[in-house]
Design a protein around this ligand. Structure first.
Ligand code: SAM
Length: 249
């Protein structure tokens, strides 16, 4: 997968993509991330990428021209490559659809993504209306810029690319992958300050361990995020258990 990120602050991306799982994915050529400075697509000597808002109000708005030019130039480069299908052009904005594991999975299917990071008061509405194909928010709060949001989306998507994690199983069991929160995890020592690891995890009985983990996932989801259970894929036995526990609560 090739990911292109348009930003006014390319220096913010030094670090997060150069560590751990991400660096390994880049080294193994499973993903390539290119950071593009929006100012490189301006034509005046001050490289002006923002301007005052029409109608007044505090704060600057990102101008449409450099963003349109950057995206159009990338699009023609990408679409010249072989086997490129649909090309999502995603604006990070608090007005977008709420990002989730499901949307991460959807984005992981594309060969290329273009992400646009806003800043200041936001971006000229014509970019929203006539350039982007998708708008994503990472939560109901306002960040100073789209860079951190882009990092969140990219990290969640790259984890889902085949071969990025050591074993496919690690992503399959993650919280939200199944519509449930993940079960509790333990490592050595088996006892710490008098707190013991549940006996079943030391038993070596894989079917009992799988059963315990599944139950714990359901219970944890019921306690912390009960609304997720409405959409989770549960067996009829599990659904009955949930209904009974909800009734008891
Ligand atoms: N005035 C805008 C509004 O109320 O919708 C907020 C602008 S915000 C200060 C600047 C930029 O940060 C946005 O253009 C967007 O790119 C990014 N941003 C802020 N919050 C975000 C969120 N929750 N999800 C994704 N991007 C966000």
């Amino acid at each position: 997968m090739q990911i292109h990120i348009l930003t006014l602050f390319p220096e913010m991306f030094q670090g997060p993509f150069n560590t751990g799982i991400f660096q390994r994915a880049i080294d193994r050529k499973l993903v390539r991330v290119s950071i593009h400075n929006i100012r490189d697509y301006t034509h005046d000597k001050h490289h002006t990428a923002d301007d005052y808002a029409y109608g007044g109000g505090a704060g600057m708005v990102l101008k449409p021209e450099p963003i349109f030019e950057a995206v159009e130039s990338l699009k023609s480069e990408i679409q010249g490559e072989e086997g490129v299908g649909a090309l999502p052009i995603i604006l990070l904005t608090p007005k977008g659809r709420l990002f989730s594991q499901e949307i991460g999975g959807e984005l992981s299917k594309y060969s290329h993504l273009i992400l646009i990071c806003g800043h200041y008061e936001g971006i000229d509405e014509r970019v929203h209306q006539h350039l982007v194909t998708d708008e994503i928010s990472i939560g109901d709060y306002v960040l100073s810029g789209g860079e951190l949001a882009a990092m969140v989306v990219v990290d969640a998507v790259v984890r889902l690319l085949p071969g990025v994690l050591g074993s496919e199983v690690s992503a399959v069991d993650d919280s939200h992958a199944t519509g449930l929160l993940e079960y509790p995890q333990y490592t050595r020592p088996a006892e710490y300050r008098g707190w013991s690891v549940p006996e079943v995890l030391l038993s070596g009985n894989h079917s009992q361990i799988a059963k315990w983990r599944r139950e714990q996932s359901i219970l944890r989801t019921l306690e912390r995020r009960p609304e997720l259970l409405d959409k989770a894929s549960l067996s009829s036995e599990e659904r009955k258990l949930v209904d009974r526990l909800k009734g008891e609560a």
